[in-house]
Design a protein around this ligand. Sequence first.
Ligand SMILES: *Cc1c(COP(=O)(O)O)cnc(C)c1O
Length: 420
Amino acid sequence: MNPFFKIDERIEKAADDALKMCREQFYNIDSITEYNQQKVLSAFIEYGISESHFVGSTGYGYGDRGRETLDKVWARVYGAEDALVRHNFTCGTHTLATALFGVLRPGDKMLCVTGTPYDTIHNVIGIKGEGMGSLKDFGVLYDEVPLKNERLDYEAIESAVDGSVTMVYIQRSRGYELRPSLSVSEIEKVVKISKKKNPDVIIMVDNCYGEFTEKTEPTEVGADLIAGSLIKNAGGGIARTGGYIAGRHDLVEKCAYRLTTPGLGKEVGATIDMNRELYLGLFYAPHTVGEALKSAVFISALFEHFGYSVTPRYNETRHDIVQSLGLENEESLVAFCQGIQKGSPVDSFVLPEPWDMPGYDNKVVMAAGAFTLGSSIELSADAPIRPPYYAWIQGGLNFHSAKLCALLAAQSMEDKGLLK
Ligand SMILES: *Cc1c(COP(=O)(O)O)cnc(C)c1O
């Protein structure tokens, strides 16, 4: 009997079984976490990080040693020449947009080879929306190579990357789609194929949700530029806002000119009191991502055990932290999200209901009880109310808390007579 929460014996029993199913994956995840933790630690030691790096700057932020060294540590961890890590990036979309606008010029062509990219990037590219100052408004051309049976279509990529393509754009994570995430070795294959056809092409990767899920990062296998959010994997659950760009020095510099202004670039940008938490976040990131991966594997095993269709399955190799569960009907989706919310450390008393979220065609129900608003390295679940009634789950600052949350989600379904 759980002394703190009411959980039926059937669910406790299923959790024990699910945990046994997870053993091998947990072992693999631990080995990745340990490797990445050492990678991060060695970079901290190499650059002699001390308390003086945590002191923030004000005003213009000239000569901020903490900020300048953080960029170097970050670059070392990601196997890149340079990095731009800033709390001033408002979100992942802003960071990706800064990189795209930083590097692309009128007449250049961006080619997305992972089908249509993540929703919020559509306005940036200009495949949606008008008059907002998209890449299209500035004369940047766009094309995409669709996925084939949900996987990269290497042949089509090879024929599409001709001399007219300036940038090959890759989305590593599945985002809110059911396709599998990309492994770093698949990304490497795209790099090789593309550079062979056009040695000058810039390979850019949307690295959101992918950081530290493998022992290598895209920049270590030839990607020229990567970008991501600090309130997902890369901030370790510590960073309260921000984003990062890493890659080739000349490209990162152009991104810095876009973030601040031409001429000023990386030289300015007061860090106020943010340095310490960005260092701490990077230090924690490999471990936190490991916890989020274990949480996803467990939730997958548990709900498969109950008889639901899940993707990825508990025993599949993962390249991002996203898990989806096919919960079969609206009532189950809502009950599931309400259970997740009940087990959250913040806002546990809130009852999520489906609502008409701006920009979505269907109602959406969301559960999030996070220390950082909108953080998805913290356990969160969301679901558009439409067939096939999938819930998307990601994050988990620590496995034990996320595991309990999953049991409460199952209990919430059971209480309504919905759990299979
Ligand atoms: C989250 C995400 C983004 C955008 O990040 P926001 O922080 O929500 O703006 C872009 N691409 C992928 C694959 C993501 O998961």
